[in-house]
Design a protein around this ligand. Sequence first.
Ligand code: AMP
Length: 447
Amino acid sequence: MTLTFAQLNLREELLAALQNQGYSTPTPIQAQAIGPALKGRDILGLAQTGTGKTAAFSLPLLHMLAEGERPGRAPRALVLAPTRELAMQILESLRAYGKKLKLHTVLVVGGTSQERQVNDLKRGVDIVIATPGRLEDLQQQRLIDLRHVKHFVLDEADRMLDIGFHPAIKRIAASLPKERQTLFFSATMPAQVADLAKSLLEHPVRIEVTPESTPVERIAQQVIMVPGGEKRQVLVDLLAQPDFSRTIVFSRTKHGADKIARILTRAGMKVGVMHGRKSQNARQAALGDFERGKLAVLVATDIAARGIDVDDISHVVNFDLPHEPETYVHRIGRTARAGKNGIAISLCDNGEDKKLLQQIEKLTRLKLAVGQRPPACGFVVTSGSAQMDDEPRSEQRPRRSQGQKSSRPQNKNKSKDVPGSDSKPAKRQSWQKRKRIALGKGQPEPR
Ligand code: AMP
């Protein structure tokens, strides 16, 4: 028999909020975590985004806080998240589920006014949702008092460690009361995360769930073998295909993501970029435009992509392979959400990527199908593009959009091999202007 939320003994206000959200039954992680959490047990939850893990810790947290006494103005619960985006999503969930409870939540994250956050804290708060950087800033300035924290939630612990928050988490945890409940969630459990869990949890209830159906089942995965220097061309050719309606391109580095976005923009595509060096507003705007379909492509690094829950992503393209094989599973899980199918394509060179591919295949126990290079779309990424930050180069528009000859083909021999390379840029830009763009100077961030 399927468990209901009411059977989990949640307060009426929470049940009403869940009904309001249209949630009829708990997801597997909710069904398994809420009961023990309400009893005060520590939880070790192995769950990705999309499994309902936010509600799995938010509901018991809200319930326990509503039942408990308020010690004063200091927070009784601390939720740590790796990124501002995720922290904001958690805040929204807590506020939605706790709408009818008189509990106060405050977001403590970087990129926005510290003063406002401090003022909010002074007014009295039950739950602080924080990223480690800003939280430690406030701790150092003695602007936040964590001595009354009874519930500590660590979300996406693996991502925290990827970002380098291990020492910060250790320090923050050490500053909390020893008598507390800890709810620890991670999509993956590499050794370092397991060690951290061990150091923070006491006799935890271990819960492991896979998303509704594991990505491998509904995602057609493919690898295209391509020398590193030709990846940009293959990427442009791939994305020019009409079925790539909403695509995330992953890059290992921020710099790489920017470069990819510039080339795709030049190829006439509507592209947004998300990485850790972008401002909070730019990241939110890019994500919003991608969600609304204004952008066909989002180029992202792993850090920024965490928690992206956008429907109907048709393709995930790995421009390069991640160092952690678990991250691959997370990346491709951006597609095939909400029961849909998806396609994941990885561009793999013969060097580092190939070794990483072996690790991924070992982890997923799946030999990835080797796909063919896509047909040339006509837009030529010349060899000069590889050094686009340093030198001018020419790229030509697809034949279908332009018929005139280019006056500045930079690498004639190379261009000859590629269909459509005799066309010219749709909008001719001066050499200097293109150089400026390549240097990231004359153009607003692509969105
Ligand atoms: P999460 O894994 O917390 O990121 O949640 C993934 C998505 O599932 C979010 O859009 C939630 O709003 C939604 N969700 C969470 N719990 C339930 C539920 N019991 N029934 C239906 N949808 C849910």
